[in-house]
Design a protein around this ligand. Structure first.
Ligand SMILES: Cc1cc2nc3c(=O)[nH]c(=O)nc-3n(C[C@H](O)[C@H](O)[C@H](O)COP(=O)(O)OP(=O)(O)OC[C@H]3O[C@@H](n4cnc5c(N)ncnc54)[C@H](O)[C@@H]3O)c2cc1C
Length: 415
């Protein structure tokens, strides 16, 4: 019998694990409960807009090395676009003030001394406050590590940390924030250039991965929800998909790349994150005005980040649990009112879609951070992957892909 690696869950963790294993010439079977791959990072045709849209806008930074490696492996590196320099446009929606944050490319952060590169109204000294995050003790929140108030917090650290962690920075883990900062801003502007999947998440992360897997002989099974695993003392022995069961051969391995709630149902005694935060995305079918930046940070408004695609404007709101029960019509109207002012477009509401992802990411708090398991389990042929495993990063594309790579390494080693 050919040794087989069964991977359950075709989100980015499962796909990246499959890409690594299939790339090494190993036999891979990928089982996905849904009718399509991508999980929380997907594109789909929206009939009310007659457009292909993403479930949510996703921002990467040039320092996301695993995500960029994955994009290269699947031949999609060109799908991620952004400015050549590290440039972030911002608008203070209350005062109308606009500015461009321009960290210099090298590691030495001289940009904080240049008035036209830093946040208006701040001094170089203000930026030293963030050092508290880098020096925080394990288990500390950001509020314990730095002052969470003042102009620089409102205009920079608050919005940036909220979007990176999808959790109110005051309650979020300083350790996770430090991990993000070390790999991006503290590594210099070269590691901090914004990257966006301009033609959508499907074209950048999913379809090329599926094509690569097919070309390498991997088997892709959709509508295949794993319902149970039979275990012996130290191994996973049988997979139960309802209509069908699959016996694992003596050398076969299983990688569970589902969200944590599904993994907890399948694996007895698994401790995993159990508190989540939502994200709201608003998509408007309207061409952006000339000169609209690819990404605009909006401060002091409900809208947080405005993405300009060729055929639509899309807004992301993180840590959005408070908005989950608000009617979609009211959200669309409130968000468009802000976007119209920010862009100078007419106030009349264009065709819109609101996507609410209730459990977009685990809450990046110290308590949840302590619940993240590593890839190996007490069963020697069972491994875990997912943005919620112990990657050291918050729930991001980068974390999901690193977890997939780690599970692939562990499974290949254990096999
Ligand atoms: C709206 C939104 C915006 C985001 N923005 C960003 C961003 O800007 N930048 C960034 O880096 N990250 C962002 N993220 C986070 C990023 O999308 C996730 O970290 C990443 O996609 C998680 O991938 P995953 O493979 O770990 O999990 P998932 O994508 O959840 O994949 C798990 C898969 O398992 C399948 N599954 C579940 N149960 C079973 C079962 N029993 N049997 C078989 N299959 C099963 C699911 O259908 C799913 O396809 C965002 C997320 C959301 C929701």
């Amino acid at each position: 019998m050919t040794q087989t690696f069964h991977i359950v869950g075709a989100g980015l963790a499962g796909l990246s694990c499959a890409i690594r294993l299939a790339g090494e010439g190993r036999r891979v079977v990928l089982h996905e409960a849904a009718r399509m791959a991508g999980g929380r990072c997907r594109s789909y045709y929206d009939s009310s807009l007659d457009l292909v849209i993403d479930n949510g806008n996703h921002l990467l930074l040039s320092g996301n090395r695993a995500a960029r490696d994955y994009a290269r492996r699947i031949g999609a590196a060109d799908e991620l676009v952004g400015p050549q320099d590290c440039v972030f446009d911002f608008l203070d929606t209350k005062s109308g003030e606009r500015w461009r944050l321009r960290p210099n490319l090298s590691r030495l952060p001289w940009w904080i001394f240049a008035q036209d590169r830093r946040v208006p109204g701040t001094t170089a000294r203000d930026y030293l406050g963030a050092l508290g995050i880098l020096r925080a003790r394990g288990g500390a929140t950001i509020a314990e590590a730095m002052e969470c108030s003042g102009l620089l917090y409102e205009r920079l650290w608050g919005p940036v940390l909220l979007s990176a962690l999808n959790t109110d920075p005051r309650e979020a883990s300083a350790g996770l924030a430090a991990a993000v900062l070390r790999e991006t801003l503290a590594a210099g502007g070269a590691a901090c250039r914004p990257l966006v999947a301009r033609r959508g998440l499907g074209s950048a992360f999913i379809e090329p991965a599926l094509a690569t897997l097919r070309a390498k002989g991997a088997e892709l099974r959709y509508g295949a929800r794993l319902r149970g695993i039979e275990f012996s003392d130290d191994r996973a022995e049988r997979l139960n998909f309802g209509e069908e069961t699959i016996d694992l051969g003596a050398s076969d391995s299983l990688v569970l790349a589902t969200p944590p709630w599904a993994a907890q149902e399948l694996m007895p005694g698994l401790e995993a994150p159990d508190d989540f935060r939502g994200i709201v995305n608003a998509h408007f079918k309207i061409a952006p005005p000339t000169g609209q930046p690819l990404l605009l940070g909006m401060v002091g408004s409900l809208s947080e980040w405005l993405f300009a695609f060729d055929d639509r404007l899309s807004v992301t709101i993180s840590g959005a649990d408070r908005l989950m029960d608000e009617p979609r019509e009211s959200l669309a109207a409130r968000i468009w009112a802000e976007v119209a002012v920010a862009t100078g477009l007419p106030a009349e509401l264009p065709p819109w879609q609101i996507v609410k992802e209730k459990r977009a990411t685990f809450a990046a708090t110290p308590r949840q951070q302590a619940r993240r398991p590593k890839a190996e389990t007490r069963w020697r042929n069972l491994f875990l992957a997912g943005d919620w495993t112990a990657t050291g990063l918050p729930a991001t594309i980068e974390g999901a892909i690193r977890s997939g790579y780690e599970a692939a390494r562990s499974a290949a080693r254990g096999a």
